[in-house]
Design a protein around this ligand. Structure first.
Ligand SMILES: C[S@@+](CC[C@H](N)C(=O)[O-])C[C@H]1O[C@@H](n2cnc3c(N)ncnc32)[C@H](O)[C@@H]1O
Ligand SMILES: [Zn+2]
Length: 195
């Protein structure tokens, strides 16, 4: 009888955050390391669930699938739920062709003992504010760290020029507003804040 294959990973305390997952032995690039298991729930059910840790309300075991469902690694999950995020990861996640399962693959050769990471690229509804970025702040410390576990929209080429243009327009507008303000002050037409 053939024995089940030895796992590629082990779970232990991470220097980066809480519990992490590490290479048990050398892992060749392209290896399918582990499946991300857990209960399938709807996004509404995910939103309604209480935080796993009330002291860290932005902690998440959720993994969104392209079929609209969410895998909750906190319910019937496996060791994959402990894999931490990095902005310069050594692993990536791939959906099965049916889009119903997720597997973690090695992006490159990973030496035994290294911590395993993938880029969470968390997707949020609505605008990504500074506060949101901070709430999902990243501690990976890599040179490529974007400071957050959220997926950020790609910068459009020439965006800095757009920014410059916008700033110039704003300065012009502010100048006009200041003049208008001074005029209104003179004429006693300033609105009063509601009390
Ligand atoms: C799926 S858990 C990963 C296991 C986690 N270390 C633990 O002990 O629960 C995901 C959570 O771990 C934390 N985490 C993972 N990677 C992180 C990183 N690079 N920076 C900051 N927090 C991280 C965040 O709280 C995130 O919501
Ligand atoms: Zn980072």
């Amino acid at each position: 009888m053939s024995r089940p294959p030895e796992p590629w990973h082990l779970v232990k305390q991470s220097p980066l955050h809480g519990t992490g997952v590490f290479a048990r032995r050398d892992i060749p690039a392209g290896t399918r390391i582990i499946e991300y298991r857990g209960k399938r729930i709807t996004p509404e059910q995910a939103d309604a669930l209480h935080p796993v840790n009330p002291d860290d309300p932005f902690h998440t075991f959720f993994f969104s699938l392209s079929n609209g469902k969410v895998i909750d690694g906190g319910q019937n999950g496996n060791d994959a739920r402990w894999i931490n995020h990095s902005c310069a990861p050594n692993c990536e996640t791939q959906e099965s062709p049916q889009g119903s399962r997720v597997f973690v693959f090695a992006l490159r050769d990973i030496p035994a003992g290294d911590e395993l990471f993938y880029d969470y690229g968390l997707v949020m509804d609505g605008r990504i504010t500074k506060t949101l970025r901070k709430q999902y702040g990243c501690l990976c410390g890599s040179a490529a760290c974007r400071g957050t576990m959220l997926a950020l929209p790609k910068e459009k080429p020439g965006k800095n020029e757009d920014k410059k243009e916008k700033k110039e327009k704003k300065n012009k507008k502010d100048g006009k507003a200041k003049k208008k303000d001074e005029k209104e002050k003179r004429e006693g037409k300033r609105k009063k804040a509601k009390s």
